[in-house]
Design a protein around this ligand. Structure first.
Ligand code: MRU
Length: 356
């Protein structure tokens, strides 16, 4: 990966830095731009659970780096590669137990497990192979997002005003973004007029992260609260909706940040295109439909409080499902690094994966 592949590299979402996994702390953006170094797999697992690092591809990359630094840390005490694989195993399980919905986490961990399963020779050789694999996952993500962004931008009419949800940007990936990869490519091609970013209650990934990331790059962005989106469509301020995904089933049903489903319904009601952008690492062809996608329920405090301020009376129950599933019937097209898939998505997604 060369510097020109990352022209916007004003921040590092998740990178290897010596013996550490370095992550920009997304909990404190946009106020504070600070980095957190995790030195063990368990520290990485904690960072994923606490949303220091979030977004489907970024979670997978962080976990892969977590496995790699754990192996390097333990290699000195392991007799051989086989013993090292056994020593790292429990930490790999703990990484896999951090967040259930984004399939990229399990996709990346499976890749690391495959390297561990073929272990032979000295422990240091396995540790080196795991580092190489984790870095490849990062490199591939950057390439996939760039290709996906270019494919997606070609769908847009010049002067397009896009609405997006959550943060499917550089902060959710190695650096280019999925939905915001489409935004980046469209901006460079002069096709994009502006972006409306849903604030995305309760964790505010849109208000805090998408706005920060696009502002940093000089792409015009306006934040709206989630309940304004349908009205913006009605009053003619939106030309298309583009969102990311955490897991896409074989029929094209797509899990993404809670609120995505409502946006898709509103887009359909207003005759607007609704695009879902994701790398093939987000595809789960083992699930026939989205009904089988596990939906994470996050802590109540994310809903009851903003920072230290309580919004909801004590003892009133709240719900906090972090994702919803948009049925394929509401999706105009799926945007991947291998090209655009149109309905019916089932055969299209199968074809996409032949040979890949
Ligand atoms: O809970 P988060 O912030 O990890 O959820 C992130 C999303 O829902 C993104 O839209 C999705 O991961 C796509 S990221 C390229």
């Amino acid at each position: 990966v060369t510097a020109t592949d990352r022209p916007h590299a004003a921040f590092d979402t998740v990178v290897l830095a010596g013996d550490a996994v370095r992550m920009i702390d997304q909990r404190v953006l946009p106020d504070t731009e600070t980095y957190l170094d995790a030195l063990t797999a368990d520290e990485v697992a904690h960072a994923i659970r606490e949303m220091v690092v979030r977004g489907a591809p970024a979670i997978g990359i962080a976990a892969a780096f977590g496995v790699a630094i754990e192996a390097r840390r333990l290699a000195g005490d392991a007799r051989d590669a086989f013993a090292l694989a056994r020593a790292v195993g429990p930490a790999v399980e703990r990484l896999a137990a951090t967040r259930p919905t984004a399939v990229n986490l399990f996709w990346a961990i499976d890749r690391m497990r495959r390297i561990m399963a073929s272990a032979s020779g000295p422990a240091t050789a396995l540790a080196a192979a795991l580092l190489t694999e984790a870095q490849s996952i990062w490199d591939e993500d950057l390439r996939m997002c760039r290709a996906m962004g270019d494919h997606g931008a070609a769908l847009l009419t010049p002067g397009c005003r896009l609405l997006t949800h959550c943060n499917a940007g550089g902060l959710a990936t190695a650096g280019y973004g999925t939905a915001l990869g489409v935004v980046r490519s469209a901006w460079r091609q002069g096709r994009l007029r502006s972006v409306l970013a849903d604030e995305t209650r309760p964790f505010l990934q849109g208000a805090r992260l998408t706005a920060w990331e696009l502002q940093k790059e000089g792409i015009p962005v306006t934040v709206i609260t989630d309940n304004m989106a349908a009205w913006m469509m009605k009053t003619g301020e939106v030309d298309a909706v583009v969102v990311g995904a955490d897991r896409v089933a074989a029929n094209g049903d797509a899990a993404n940040k809670i609120g995505t489903y409502g946006l898709a319904l509103a887009a359909r009601a207003h005759g607007l295109p609704f695009y879902v952008a994701f790398p093939t690492s987000t595809l789960d062809l083992t699930l026939p439909t989205g009904d089988l996608i596990p939906i994470e329920e996050r802590p109540a405090r994310e809903v009851t409080h903003v920072g230290d301020k309580r919004l909801v009376p004590a003892d009133v129950p709240v719900r906090n499902p972090a994702f919803d599933v948009t049925p394929a019937s509401l999706v105009t097209a799926l945007i991947t690094e291998r090209g655009i898939v149109r309905p019916p998505f089932g055969p299209g997604l199968q074809n996409l994966c032949v040979g890949g």
